[in-house]
Design a protein around this ligand. Sequence first.
Ligand code: NAD
Length: 232
Amino acid sequence: MPEIVILTGAGLSAESGLGTFRDKDGLWTRYRLEDVATPQGFARDPARVHDFYNARRANCLNAAPNPAHFALARLSQHLGDDVLIVTQNIDNLLERAGARNVVHMHGELMRALCAQCGQRWDAPETMHATDPCPLCGAAAVRPDVVWFGEFPYHMDRIAGALADCALFVAVGTSGSVYPAAGFVQDAAMAGARTLELNLERSEIAADFDESRQGPASRLVPDWVDERLAARG
Ligand code: NAD
């Protein structure tokens, strides 16, 4: 079981130019969550939802990992299975930085899912509502992301890790989307020390033993240096 569980949110990728959801210029100020991130929105207008994720995918392909992604990658390479990175982000910047042991609890922008037969495959750069599933042929393809009202992925693995870790660290997440927002309490209940690294105190900062404020590109490399120095 990992000694350290790291939960990351949109703030980790903000300095790579990928918008967060809830900040001042966040995506939710330009799109209605109900339209583009719910099964009902997809049923109403699949083309609009594909347009939204096609734009997110293009942004992601044009973006590069920032020093915070590289620092987490460095930590995961040094500590191996002693660290689990649980990300709410659907981008692939952690993997592109070389991070190991990453689980995408809200799915992945770069993967496609057939809503008819459950087949998964690498998403093309642009997806259309009329694209056929490569396995069953149904025109029911969707991005392999978890929408509001759907169950996050990998919850058994995450719950097991939280129940057993010694340190829980949340990076760049507002603490407004459950179940991820409750992970700090799960970890604390299991006896872990808890640390928040965020641009500002999050909505749930009081739940952490310690909260540090600043940009992830500075806070995360500093914290990783500290951890690796402490292990010698
Ligand atoms: P959020 O938008 O609710 O909160 C982002 C948090 O990051 C805020 O607390 C903000 O203060 C902080 N932040 C902003 N810039 C920062 C920086 N440079 N350094 C450190 N912290 C910074 O995002 P969330 O908590 O991840 O919300 C959850 C939902 O957002 C998830 O469902 C996730 O899938 C989705 N999301 C993902 C991406 C992505 O994949 N890159 C982008 C936007 C939203």
